[in-house]
Design a protein around this ligand. Sequence first.
Ligand code: FAD
Ligand code: NAD
Length: 478
Amino acid sequence: MSNNFDVVVIGAGPAGYAAAIRCAQLGLNTACIDKSIGKDGQPTLGGTCLNWGCIPSKALLDASHKYVEAKNELAEVGINTGDVSVDVPKMIARKDEVVAGLTGGIAGLFTGNGVTSFAGTGKLLSNKQVEVVDHDGGTQVLAAEHVILAPGSVPVDIPPAPLTEGVVVDSTGALEFDSVPGRLGVIGAGVIGLELGSVWNRLGAEVTVLEALEDFLPMADQRIARDAKKILSGQGVDIRLGTRVTGAEVTDAGVVVSFDDKDGSQTLIVDKLIVAVGRRPYTDELLDPDSGLVVDDRGFLAVDDTCATEQAGVYAVGDVVRGPMLAHKGTEEGVMVAERIAGFKPQVNYETIPSVIYTHPEIAWVGKTEQELKSEGVEFNAGSFPFAASGRALAANDTQGMVKVLADAETDRILGVHVLGPQASEIVAQAVIAMEFDASAEDLGLIMFAHPTLSEALHEAALGVSGHAIHMMNRKRK
Ligand code: FAD
Ligand code: NAD
């Protein structure tokens, strides 16, 4: 086998594997190198997302939500279940099966599309050469016309709470508990803290989340964030803002977490502690000093809008570059770079990246928040619609939350859509489509939505921008 390729991709997460598959589909002789080892001790593809991120966390979120429904909610709709109990090892094993199916699927896609896969560590050398060190220490050097760096990210550690196997864990460890902890502490009320905190809270843990900031979910629309906090607190997740963790000591009585808040120094004793304070780019062993590339002071690789680095023919995509650390953002960057290498000119629209937090209800948004528009001095109109007034949400016994549409006061162009509610992740996709086509709130209001659907709440919120919502009191509006 020749070691010369048109494209070599380092990293087979959603950014790298999508880039590699698209390159091969476009007729480019493509190799992809990944160093991950799965739970079974074998090389695995799919990166963080498939192995330790999006997919396993959603498998546990969906399973734990079914448990809550069975235990607390089915009786309300006339279904008596009797005693409902949780089998954590079975839930974890099923999550592992889902992961194995999908990671194996990527291997199948590589074979089917003709991507040459290398299991090992890739390092960018000079002149677009890439060294591969396999898991037995064997080394070879690949030469490429183009190199795509997609090494992803890893959890950030904090000195006051060093990880301790099975007790003080990061997100990966929090997907592997073999029983429900009685008391669970979470450091960080970000996306991971809320999602994994929700999983174990639903299964019965007493969950306390310690967040350094005074604001809850500052990146979300603050009205939505306020309502979400109230709902999550009502579910039993104790979210304490403005706390600074100063230490975490593993003792026989549990993990003693010390923190400072507005009332002074406090302690909290928990059985397990999840550290979920963000992720950092994973560039260990990625760049040879002769590669011509260095990371910035936060560990990211600098790229332009087309994901080109300052070295001609070398690109970087996914969590290792600026922008939100989201799988779909990385995938679109990977596809864009593949197509640009093949001579096409696609772009990623960074203004319409959807964000979703998969709590229940889900929190999802795209575009600008109300507080961002205000701080930028943009005049806007807002329309909102509560799920409590949605026929479908009432029928489904799932009525918490609302949809909120923000539109430019002059042009009516949609600037942001914010959803707290059932299937918010699916509803926000419709808003992304509308914004991609530069829709106005009126355009969305003129479109026919099937009845009864949860999506009708988006329709009504868009109508509400001009005061035309049908299922709201708007007597004086024209
Ligand atoms: P990664 O998925 O991290 O993949 C990079 C791969 O490259 C890894 O396999 C790594 O081992 C490999 N690699 C690194 N360096 C080298 C090297 N030198 N040589 C060879 N291989 C190398 N995002 C969402 O959009 N939706 C979600 O619901 C979601 N849920 C998440 C839940 C959790 C618990 C976590 C931790 C993350 C979640 N994310 C979610 C974030 C998402 O997983 C990442 O944004 C995404 O995986 C980034 O893709 P990537 O391809 O850039 O990197
Ligand atoms: P995050 O940035 O979402 O949240 C981290 C939180 O920890 C922040 O609120 C921060 O203020 C807080 N924090 C930081 N240091 C702290 C400290 N010392 N004490 C207390 N609080 C502290 O990061 P995350 O939740 O770790 O997630 C990492 C990345 O993974 C995110 O960028 C996210 O986009 C991605 N992710 C996405 C999804 C999804 O799309 N549903 C799910 C999980 C993860």
